[in-house]
Design a protein around this ligand. Structure first.
Ligand SMILES: [Zn+2]
Length: 256
């Protein structure tokens, strides 16, 4: 019991630190800026941010969301992302225990959050999340041996080819780019985490969510659809309950 609490506490702390790094990724990757240089500074007065003003969650609260030097507002996005990633990491280790599945789920959900935030704001999905995430997905699959790697590899290939086909067909039918290369690479990454059945479920779920949520919101206005947001939501759900859905469907087919 005590050790379980310790695992969750450590998972939460690691999550906060990872969330702090994800903030840097969310701000810098869309502008093709380096993640390590220069050090963070206040966008208003340019004062470098000291380590003690950069402690996840705590610093923002202690500074009441203002720069120590010029009192300019610091976006609430920073503590929200840090807190969200902390919660995701605690949830993953609470649900899966101290296992590879927990680390995989925590990593996957962090990548999905970065993708969703960036796609919602900039309509783009940086390669660092997708190609970088694909490499991490393949690496993590190795703990299930060769069959794990095979699942991940086939999942990635199906994700890539399926979205490539959808994008190609969409362009033929509508005469304009319906889906970006970022979505295609994203689904290769997702496939490496959830396998080929999970990819099919994710695309189905993402399309359903996009239709239900976005189309009513954007009715009459010509707006880009940040499809990656809906794919990310669906992929996260599929990671947790996808296996059960596939099992239910198999039983359903057998009973029919
Ligand atoms: Zn400042």
């Amino acid at each position: 019991m005590a050790s379980e609490t310790a695992v969750l506490a450590i998972a939460g702390l690691v999550g906060l630190v990872v969330g702090s790094f994800l903030n840097v990724c969310i701000v810098r990757l869309p502008n093709n800026e380096s993640l390590v240089r220069p050090r963070s500074k206040c966008p208003k007065c340019g004062a470098p941010i000291a380590w003690y003003d950069n402690v996840p969650l705590l610093s923002w609260l202690l500074l009441l969301g203002k720069c120590r030097h010029c009192k300019a507002r610091i976006s609430v996005q920073y503590p929200l992302i840090e807190g969200a990633v902390g919660v995701l990491w605690v949830a993953a280790f609470a649900y899966y225990g101290l296992t590879w599945a927990a680390l995989t789920g925590a990593t996957f959900s962090t990548l999905l959050l970065g993708i969703a935030m960036t796609d919602a704001r900039h309509y783009l999905i940086p390669d660092e999340y997708t190609l970088g995430g694909l490499a991490i997905g393949l690496l993590l699959s190795l703990q299930r041996g060769f069959s794990g790697l095979l699942d991940a590899g086939v999942g990635a290939a199906v994700g890539f080819l399926l979205l490539y086909a959808v994008a190609w067909a969409g362009e033929k039918v509508f005469g304009q780019e319906a889906m970006g290369g970022g979505d295609i690479k994203m689904m290769a990454m997702v496939g490496s985490f959830v396998g080929w059945k999970g990819v099919l479920l994710t695309v189905f779920g993402g399309a359903a969510l996009g239709t239900l949520i976005f189309i009513p919101l954007s009715f009459g206005k010509k707006r880009l659809v940040p499809f990656g947001v809906f794919l990310a939501l669906a992929a996260g759900a599929v990671f947790v309950v996808g296996g059960a859905i596939v099992q239910w469907y198999m039983n359903f087919l057998r009973a029919a």
